[in-house]
Ligand binder design. Structure first.
Ligand SMILES: [Zn+2]
Length: 581
């Protein structure tokens, strides 16, 4: 008798091998058999006609604050994700001097658009050092497993104080102190070290993240701490500017530490073929013995524009500014008033004080703005843009934008894919997904609460890239599953999960693939202090199982809390396991 048997499903085991009909037996939270299972289970799940996959492993999230108060970690956990890695992009909440809590919150709020009021109310700050932060995370039972990384921004500010926050150069003593904190954070169980090297990431005070301009000595010096700890992915978001220098130190750091260095690779509208150059430089570095990995997103990285979101095209118009602070029901009444609408549309679109180069796309980039409705299409064709709709209907594009957001009682969305959509399609993403030096990433779960909800990416991977894509070029089911299970787990040394194999964690999704569907995004005000966030649900997950315990049935949480903090890499490396088979 087994604890549980998932019977008669189509097993997509995460290895990339062809799907097969089979059963999965679970005992003590682990998988004990895959194939034909004769013995009964105390609990039996009928998976006839359903897919059985490993739980998804999402390595790019920002739940650093939310994980201290929310055991469920939606929306990621609603999309079949059973393990997340947070602490990405150089921002996080440890180490933290007691008088720097507000500053760290301001950094997270600015960079990741997580409401500072929610973080201030939600976090209890029972820690100062990074290991103490891990202890606080570990004390809480949760729905999914979490793992984290040591963020450069917090470390630099901790060691260097105002000099660190102001991005002054680090002295050799500063570097040694930072490397020591990183080493001890990794030894205590962090899975990596992360940094931000993009001018787009700014704290609420307008300053870039500490470490943004860190020089080669600082980066390689911190790498010595990683090497001493013996493990640790080096993750970063970078403008890759200048590209040659960035790839030079990434290569040297990876070779010196023996660890993966991973950077975010997104197609820029300013240089739509630049990603090819980055990929070529990655291949060249790896040919010399480095392990440089490009983190890729599954769709256009953009913003969802909505009257109640963080941004919309009319945000600078005088008529909007006049009602911006009103309660929503009063705003909605005004927005529905034809006289108000006429006034607002006649207002000039003022440019905001901080112009990061993306303002034009927001204020009048109608050719790249698309309505996003009940059947959200994340690869819209040019004829679906607000500009095309306006031309077809003989209307003003800004009026189409206004009406699109006013639809559904003011809950309509406009999708503006800023990055990764320069060609008006996702063909290059498919090329990246098929490249061995890439890893699926950048869901940003828990972050960009007012503009993005890419935490739903694991569902999108299956619905879009395997089943629904209209343009030529899809992924096989087994490839799509492998990319967000075995591959992501392997990147972070989590050899105990990501495949359905005896001896591995029983982290499993049972999916009705024919029914699998993303719902329209929505805005909820359910963070602490009523903080707002964009959310997106999915249907078609018959159940999700974490360590042998059912955590979701048909999208409804069971309330079980089998998840915990993951400390350090574990299990056999995936490559070793596959070689041994
Ligand atoms: Zn990030």
């Amino acid at each position: 008798m087994h604890d549980m048997v998932i019977r008669g499903g189509t097993v997509v085991d995460g290895s990339g091998g062809a799907p097969f009909a089979g059963d999965v037996a679970i005992d003590g939270g682990m998988i004990t058999a895959v194939g034909i299972v004769v013995a009964k289970g105390r609990e039996e799940i009928d998976a006839t006609g359903l897919l059985v996959t490993p739980g998804f492993v999402d390595i790019h999230t920002h739940y650093d604050g939310q994980a201290t108060w929310d055991p469920e970690l939606g929306p990621s956990s609603w999309h079949g994700v059973t393990s997340i890695v947070m602490g990405n992009c150089g921002v996080g909440f440890a180490p933290a001097r007691p008088d720097k809590h507000d500053w760290l919150i301001g950094l997270m709020e600015g960079v990741e658009d997580i409401p500072g009021t929610a973080l201030a109310e939600g976090m209890t700050w029972g820690w100062e050092s990074f290991p103490e932060y891990l202890d606080a995370l570990e004390a809480m039972p949760r729905t999914i497993d979490i793992a984290t990384q040591v963020p450069h921004g917090a470390v630099r500010a901790y060691v260097m104080g105002e000099r660190g926050a102001a991005n002054k150069p680090a002295t050799p003593a500063d570097i040694a102190a930072m490397a020591s904190i990183v080493e001890h954070g990794l030894r205590a169980g962090a899975l990596g070290f992360t940094t931000s090297r993009t001018v787009l990431h700014r704290a609420v005070d307008g300053n870039v993240v500490p470490g943004t301009y860190a020089d080669r000595a600082e980066l390689l010096g911190i790498g010595e701490g990683i090497a001493r700890a013996g493990h640790g992915v080096f993750e970063m978001a970078s403008d890759l500017n200048p590209c040659g220098e960035e790839f030079a130190w990434m290569k040297d750091l990876s070779i010196a530490t023996g660890m993966p260095v991973s950077f975010a690779l997104l197609q820029s509208p300013l240089d739509d073929e630049g990603w090819r150059d980055q990929l070529a430089r990655t291949e060249a570095a790896n040919a010399e013995g480095a392990r440089v990995t490009a983190q890729v997103a599954l769709r256009g990285t953009g913003v969802l524009l909505n009257w109640r979101g963080t941004a919309h095209p009319f945000i600078t118009r005088a008529s909007w500014v006049a009602i911006a602070a009103l309660p929503w029901d009063e705003q909605l009444a005004r927005l529905k008033d034809p006289a108000f609408k006429a006034r607002l549309l006649a207002d000039p679109a003022e440019r905001p004080p901080i112009d990061n180069g993306l303002v034009d796309l927001l204020l009048h980039g109608w050719m790249l703005q698309f309505p996003l409705g009940d059947d959200p299409d994340y690869e819209p064709t040019p004829d679906m843009s607000l500009a095309a709709i306006a031309a077809r209907e003989g209307r003003d594009a800004q009026e189409v934008a206004y009406d699109t957001m006013l639809a559904d009682d003011g809950r309509g969305f406009i999708y503006l894919p800023i990055l990764n959509y320069a060609d008006g399609h996702l063909d290059h993403v498919l090329e990246l997904l098929n490249h061995p030096a890439t890893v699926v990433s950048l869901s940003d779960g828990g972050a960009h609460c007012g503009v993005i909800c890419d935490a739903a990416s694991p569902t999108f991977m299956l619905t879009h890239w395997v089943r629904d894509r209209k343009r030529p070029g899809k992924l096989s089911l087994q490839a799509a599953v492998k990319r967000q299970t075995a591959d992501t787990a392997a990147m972070y040394g989590l050899g105990d999960r990501g495949m359905l194999r005896p001896g591995m964690l029983a982290d499993i999704n049972v999916i009705d693939f024919a029914r699998l569907k993303l719902a329209k995004p929505y805005i909820a005000f359910d963070l602490p202090a009523g903080g707002k966030r964009l959310l997106q649900r999915a249907s078609g997950y018959a159940c999700t199982i974490k360590s042998g315990v059912v955590t979701f049935r048909e999208g409804v949480a069971t309330g079980a809390r089998p998840g915990r903090l993951v400390r350090g890499p574990r299990g056999m490396a995936v490559s070793e396991r596959l070689a041994a088979e």
